[in-house]
Ligand binder design. Structure first.
Ligand SMILES: NC(=O)c1ccc[n+]([C@@H]2O[C@H](COP(=O)([O-])OP(=O)(O)OC[C@H]3O[C@@H](n4cnc5c(N)ncnc54)[C@H](O)[C@@H]3O)[C@@H](O)[C@H]2O)c1
Length: 262
């Protein structure tokens, strides 16, 4: 089914007869959301309210919303960041994610819609889109295999919490049947990896070194983002299964197949 989240009719059609809505749509990226916050609000917050209103009308009782563990917290006050860490996003993308989370909670209070938020850290793996440059691993793997220098914003010490895509998907499945009292979960590996360490791992997997070009850092990149995943492990009964070297190796294999076909 094809449709536009900003179109109430399309949304209504999409959720007809559903038990649960898994909300993965985002019209913006962290890096471009500050360019036009009005668009960010209209196309994400207002559009998400269309979903919630349609759910009320059609008596769809559950929603799982994919939020952003990398942006809703802002600069960390302590590490690893747990779900009760203050939320001071540096980008509109994080503000709108947070606003949607709050509306989910409001609709739960007012209309009994069970709403689970998953604050995903930095997912990577097969089928990650290279062209949007959302996520370092997809771009780095592509460049390494094409012998294009890897550009690093900053000195490469920026630390992120990378999680393999199938481990993320597993939390969606667990959230579908969760009936406990918690509503917001970090979805992360809980392990911090710097960009420099990431490239070291990539070089080990592909068996050659890649050229690194260091560029000025970006003001909206928090220096460190590592999320505590204890709550999700305990409540959702979930765990990460794919290590970074294994996940990078799988991503490299997939990208090699893609490039061979193009
Ligand atoms: N990729 C990441 O690093 C990351 C990290 C944390 C959270 N997230 C969140 O996970 C979700 C999926 O991320 P992704 O990386 O797969 O992003 P993506 O941009 O690949 O996927 C977003 C999807 O939304 C669809 N979409 C956009 N505008 C739409 C509209 N008006 N109507 C209907 N559909 C529309 C797009 O076609 C696309 O399929 C997003 O909500 C994103 O914010 C992503």
């Amino acid at each position: 089914m094809v449709g536009d989240l900003s179109n109430a009719h399309d949304v209504s059609r999409a959720i007809a007869g559903a038990d649960t809505v898994l909300h993965l749509v985002s019209t913006t990226l962290p890096k471009n959301s500050n360019d036009d916050p009005i668009y960010d609000v209209q196309s994400n917050v207002v559009a998400s309210l269309h979903i919630l209103n349609a759910m009320v009308t059609q008596k769809v009782r559950n929603i799982i919303f994919i939020s952003s563990g990398g942006t809703v917290y802002g600069n960390p006050i302590y590490l690893p960041i747990n779900e009760s860490h203050p939320t001071n996003p540096l980008v509109s993308y994080g503000i709108t994610k947070l606003a949607i989370e709050k509306y989910l909670q409001m609709y739960e209070r007012l209309h009994g819609i069970r709403a689970i938020t998953l604050r995903v850290s930095n997912p990577y793996g097969e089928r990650q889109r290279v062209e949007t440059a959302q996520g370092a691993i997809g771009v780095f793997v592509y460049n390494a295999l094409k012998n294009i220098p890897i550009e690093i914003w900053g000195d490469g010490t920026v630390m992120r919490d990378y999680i393999y895509v199938s481990d993320v998907a597993e939390t969606f499945v667990k959230a579908l049947t969760y009936r406990g009292e918690h509503r917001v979960f970090n979805v992360s590996s809980g392990i911090g990896t710097t960009l420099n360490a990431l490239i070291d791992m990539l070089e080990a997997v592909i068996g050659k070194s890649v050229e690194r070009r260091y560029l000025p850092g970006r003001p909206f990149d928090v220096p460190v983002s590592v999320l505590c995943n204890d709550l999700g492990r305990g409540e959702l009964g979930w765990t990460t299964l794919v290590s970074m070297p294994e996940g990078i190796a799988r991503t490299v294999e997939w990208m090699r197949r893609e490039l061979a076909q193009s």
